[in-house]
Design a protein around this ligand. Structure first.
Ligand SMILES: NC(=O)c1ccc[n+]([C@@H]2O[C@H](COP(=O)([O-])OP(=O)(O)OC[C@H]3O[C@@H](n4cnc5c(N)ncnc54)[C@H](O)[C@@H]3O)[C@@H](O)[C@H]2O)c1
Length: 274
């Protein structure tokens, strides 16, 4: 008999975990990024089995999981821009197809639209929107074929509905993700398949964290733009995602969970963002 995918997990420690995600199987794209690592750590802590997807080669990806003590996970080197890689991944895990997916992989290219080159614009739309649509389509086909009541969590941003200057191609891609989420929810509710979206604020990772730490001017501007006056911890984004994956969110579909420290509560003064 063919070996089921879960037989390939050689570490069963996760079985002893009793958490709100116990028994759930979750695909996480962009799993090795600043937010991704905190997401997989949280999901692991709550008992989920994680299929971690990212761009790094397998060996590197696996050692990052180990370093972060994420035991109940498998790593897959997948470029979500490559449709054939998505299809091969789904075929590979077909016997234990996860019922949940966190579509977290994303990129940003900064610059006002008039100054941006078309390669950057295309890369942002392709990664943040086109790839998400195709990944969704392939998952939906597999879920419907296997009668799995799947659950997708998209990761947008508070700027999906706030025109923060200098990232218009990014904000366009994230606004598209909101439409994707609602369309998927509407079309597939009849199969019991759900789709929701989380819109985080400015998260304390990568560029923003560095600028907050090293550039007093950035810190002044950003804290004026965030009513709660601080950057968002990646663990807080992870908690929001864990909630949307949990049974506490079973009656939610097509929803946008805004977690932005109040950043979108009022229009920004030009001096806050220039
Ligand atoms: N950092 C923030 O302030 C913030 C705020 C709101 C929303 N977000 C969103 O959260 C998500 C994660 O952001 P982050 O700050 O952790 O960024 P990050 O750059 O640290 O992580 C993104 C991860 O996605 C992976 N990735 C990129 N392109 C890929 C592809 N084609 N295939 C597979 N993996 C790919 C990268 O390798 C990386 O590990 C993004 O969608 C981003 O738009 C971030």
């Amino acid at each position: 008999m063919a070996k089921r995918f879960f037989d390939l997990f050689d570490n069963d420690e996760g079985d002893e975990v009793t958490g709100t995600l116990n028994g759930k199987r979750v695909i996480v794209t962009g799993a090795l990024g600043g937010i991704g690592i905190e997401v997989i750590k949280k999901l692991n802590e709550l008992g989920a089995r994680i299929y971690a997807l990212d761009l790094l080669p397998a060996k590197q990806g696996e050692s990052i999981l180990l370093e972060n003590n994420v035991k109940n996970a498998r790593y897959f080197e997948i470029d979500i821009k490559k449709e054939d890689q998505i299809q091969q991944f789904i075929a590979k895990v077909d016997a234990d197809l996860p019922e949940s997916c966190v579509a977290l992989a994303g990129i940003v290219r900064s610059g006002n639209l008039v100054e941006q080159n078309s390669d950057d614009i295309r890369a942002v739309i392709e990664t943040n929107l086109t790839s998400q649509i195709l990944l969704t389509q392939h998952l939906l086909k597999a879920w419907i074929q296997q009668s799995i009541q799947g659950n997708i969590v998209y990761v947008s941003s508070w700027v999906d509905s706030v025109p923060w200057p200098g990232i218009t191609s990014y904000t366009s891609s994230k606004a598209g993700l909101v439409a994707l989420c609602r369309g998927v929810a509407r079309e597939n509710a009849k199969y019991g398949i759900r789709a929701n979206l989380i819109a985080p604020g400015i998260v304390d990772v990568g560029m923003a964290a560095k600028q907050w730490r090293d550039e007093p001017d950035y810190k002044k501007r950003a804290s004026r733009a965030i009513p709660l006056g601080r950057l968002q911890k990646p663990e807080e984004v992870a908690s929001g995602i864990a909630f949307l994956l949990s049974d506490a969110a079973l009656y939610m579909t097509g929803s946008r969970l805004l977690m932005d420290g109040g950043a979108s509560l009022y229009p920004l003064d030009p001096e806050d963002v220039e």
